[in-house]
Ligand binder design. Structure first.
Ligand code: ARG
Length: 466
């Protein structure tokens, strides 16, 4: 029975220890549908090459249909002795079509070109699901940005109050990396859009099969141009793994922000009950578990990428069994993102910001000090001095436990006296508001309301064609 694929030169079947090590059906069975689709295309290629008669091809296709039905309803599934999904499906086909006809399908293909093709088909399909999930998340952030309107908040660098920004600007800063992740997937798809079917074990096939036709039937626009490369390279699998890990990292950065904003001390945002968890012991608790799981799972997505790269490093360039290890890494990434993205998007779509609190905090911590310096520059003071004068204002306010707008006219007149006349100095008050500060940053990419409105429009038109 287990000699089905390579009995000829063997006197015994695999030891049970080998069989246990070798077995991959527990994870690769999810490629069964793609394998059957590949088998249909391959059968037609055999038919066109005259290696199956019209009648044989009809019966082969009917048998493959029946096999697909049995896989779908679970009446056919791998058994202990099946090494991988291809071995299992071959057994299933022989059961349905008989040894004579069923045994003809393997001509001109190898599990090496087969598996290289199947992982491409599977990843391409799931990459579209993930891209859709990333776009939904981007849309949820865009909707929150529109809802945020002109609300200002403390912008931070080094986690310290830096300059006021629009809440919408801060949220949109998370949209662009997500859109780039989607663009990466689109771009990656152009590279992986080549079928290795026909590469055989490594050197190509002798049977005059038409790999172009097989490729088109399987949704590829072309065939790989080197059969060794086609069967042995996994750089495109690794590239997918990078994009998945990068998306995880981008989501993790947003998670960290939401977790901080959701603390009692910040209290910038409240999460919807449906997207938060409680505590088994502390009745008052409401926890941001979705964001924490997202942050945690980004570690696992990175691990999948690095594990795969470590597997590929140092492989001689043609098929080696190490390559079987490519699958679990990306399956895990896809499973992780496909379950994470809908929950995370729901949390983002339903979270509610405390606009009053954001507004109140925005100008505090001397966040308008840069505005004073730049106002001085507009009044002819060289920036090096302007920086010092504004710093002197901060020093006075800090010493009194006050904010910059609490300084008196005489304070400003005193500090600016070497550079500005006494009737001009107090006019600096005009820039001591976070709304004024934000409105002044009106260059391309800045946080002024009109620029952010344009930015949101740009993001929306970027989302549409994707
Ligand atoms: N299951 C293998 C994989 O996933 C494909 C089988 C190739 N095996 C072989 N001995 N050439 O990579």
């Amino acid at each position: 029975e287990h000699l089905a694929l390579w009995g000829g030169r063997f006197t015994s079947g695999p030891s049970s220890e080998l069989a246990r090590l070798s077995k991959s059906t527990q994870f690769d069975w999810r490629l069964a549908d793609d394998d059957i689709a590949g088998s249909r295309a391959h059968a037609r290629a055999l038919g066109r090459a005259g290696l199956l008669t019209e009648d044989e091809l009809d019966r082969m296709e009917a048998a493959l249909d029946e096999l697909q039905r049995r896989v779908d309803d679970g009446s056919f599934a791998p058994v202990q002795d099946d090494e991988d999904e291809a071995t299992a499906l071959e057994r299933g086909l022989l059961e349905i079509a008989g040894d004579e006809l069923g045994g003809k399908l393997r001509a001109g293909r190898s599990r090496n070109d087969q598996i290289a093709c199947l992982i491409r088909m599977w990843l391409r399909r799931h990459s579209r699901v993930i891209a859709g999930g990333l776009l939904s998340l981007a849309n949820a952030l865009i909707a929150q940005s529109e809802r945020a309107g002109r609300t200002v908040m403390p912008g931070r660098t080094h986690m310290q109050h830096a300059q006021p920004v629009l809440l919408a600007h801060q949220l949109m800063a998370h949209v662009w990396p997500l859109l780039r992740d989607v663009q990466r997937l689109v771009d990656w798809d152009r590279r992986i859009d080549a079928s290795p079917y026909g590469s055989g074990a490594l050197a190509g096939n002798t049977l005059g099969l038409d790999p172009e036709a097989v490729a088109h039937e399987l949704g590829f626009s072309r065939v790989t141009t080197n059969s060794i490369d086609g069967t042995a390279s996994r750089d495109l699998v690794a590239e997918f793994a990078f994009i998945a890990a990068m998306a995880g990292v981008d989501i993790s950065r947003l998670s960290e922000e939401i977790i901080i904003w959701n603390t009692q001390e910040f209290a910038f945002v409240k999460l919807d009950d449906g997207y938060s968890t409680g505590s088994s012991i502390m009745p008052q608790k409401k926890n941001p578990d979705i964001a924490e799981l997202a942050r945690g799972k980004s570690g696992r997505l990175i691990g999948d990428l690095t594990g795969l790269l470590a597997t590929l490093k140092g492989l001689p360039t043609a098929y080696a069994r190490d390559l079987q290890e490519d699958k679990e890494a990306v399956f895990d990434q896809v499973d992780t993102l496909e379950v994470l993205l809908p929950a995370f998007t729901g949390m983002v779509a339903t979270m509610r910001f405390d606009a009053e609190r954001l507004e109140a905090e925005a100008p505090t911590g001397f966040a308008l000090a840069t505005d004073i310096a730049e106002w001085l520059v507009r009044n002819g003071v060289p920036f090096r001095h302007a920086h010092e004068l504004s710093g002197a204002c901060v020093k006075i306010a800090e010493g009194r436990g006050q904010e910059l707008w609490d300084l008196t006219n005489d304070d400003f007149i005193g500090v600016f006296k070497d550079f500005l006349p006494a009737d001009v100095a107090p006019k600096v008050r005009a820039v001591l508001s976070s709304h004024g500060s934000v409105a002044a940053r009106n260059g391309k990419g800045g946080t002024a309301y009109e620029r952010v409105t344009e930015q949101i429009g740009e993001a929306k038109s970027a989302v549409m064609p994707l």
